[in-house]
Write a protein that binds this ligand. Sequence first.
Ligand code: ADP
Length: 521
Amino acid sequence: MVGSEGEKLRRTEALERLMLGLRDAREPHEVLAIVSRSLGFEFSRPCAAYEFRDAVFRPVAASEVTSVREPIAASSLDFDELLGHAVTRLDSRDLIPVSFDGQVRALFVLERAERPLDEEEMKFLHAVAAHAALALTTAFSFEQLRRYAAEGAALTEAAHTILGFTELEPLAEALCRFALRLVHAECVCVFGRREGGDRLTLIGCASRDEPGPLPETLPADGDEAIAALKETFGDGPLSATPISFPLAGGLDHGGLMVVTRRRGAFEKVETRVIDALVTLAALAIRNVELYEQSTRANRALAESSAFKDDLMAMFAHDFKGPLTVISGFAELLLESGNAEVHGSARTIMAQVARLAKLADDALALAATQSAGFSLRRAREDLVEFVRDAVRNLAEADRVAVEAAEAPLIVPFDRARLRHVIDNVVGNALKYSKGEVRVTVRRAGREALIEVTDRGIGIPEAELEGVFARFGRGSNTSRRGIAGSGVGLYIARKIVEVHGGRLDVTSCEDEGSTFTLALPLE
Ligand code: ADP
């Protein structure tokens, strides 16, 4: 019957049936099961299908349970050698390799028959192998796509997690754990060179089972490090990829990410994942470094700023003692009735007043800059408060206060707001010659204090600048009016902490109106 027309027809029909069966198979295992069943049936001999992955032929399907055998480890990737090995191991010469992409992907093994296969049967087997290769290509492509999607999602998750670390050790541990999830490895570790050290030190590690005896250090030279690793992990595939470590967490340049597996080569996908993780590692470590740098800089800044504030507060405070003594003696000189010294005594007192204001401003500035700056608010009548503050000013007779008779109850910090009134009304007196008008009134849900003068005014372009620290109008120096430029800065800060506003409208050479708004509640 061999080669007869009837037999040919039967084989053609069998192939068609096989093609139909394979059409919807999406899993490599499904393809292998369909083919091995059909072969077993055709030749009335059990058939086992082996899938070739990670340099090992693993039995995945069989036409009969009894024919499933042990995996065949590939000692070499040379296919002839491999087949020879398989023939001896499997006690069969009827092997059908399925190759695509230039690589053997599967193997069908028919159990030994009484007679060798004839030419027609061999042709039939090759046709089956061709169909199987086609179906496997599709199934593997599907599998690959699914893996790409999973790998992409896992890498995104890894990136989110790993880039958030601010310390090196936990970062290295997390990196290893992610690598272990994505790559079929036994152990993943990260080594890096400590500053000044001449060897690489283990920083992080993750292992599938109990970690074996891992080397705590490795030679810094790449080749020597790998040789040392081989001693530890055996001769299996090892991916030791250098990572460029910047100076972070006390690490010098240079580092290694090591992925190990005892059996099987790394697949292309895995190599790509390792590469992606190494890039991620370098980025994340750079992140740690930047974080460390900025923390150091912040700390230094905070320290120097606190030091400066303390220094300022100390100077300002200690300044006032001697100033009180000087002004006391100057007053005595004034009272002594000696006309000759009167002029000098007045000058002394004026300069002392200036120094005292500077000291007050410095103290207030230091207070507003400190982290603990807070208010001691009490609900009080703002009208009475403003009248009282104005009454105590040096040139009170130049100031007219306009306010309703009814009290205007507002929560505020007396000492701080006094500083603001003294400053704003004091400026109006300083930068003008005539009368200064102070209005206190209610406007909606706010209490307003408006201070108006007909003095030198502020150039339009500098209206905001005068509220900046050390900000002064250009027209003041032209007229030789001394000042520090911190008064308004402090005043606005204090008003803002009250939840209010301090603004100005002004016309150069015509005058200014400063408006202080405080919320009623
Ligand atoms: P200082 O008066 O010590 O220079 P301030 O912070 O109190 O500092 O004021 C900042 C600047 O605002 C002043 O230098 C001045 O140019 C301008 N300024 C403040 N008040 C007035 C005002 N009433 N009239 C004109 N210019 C003013």
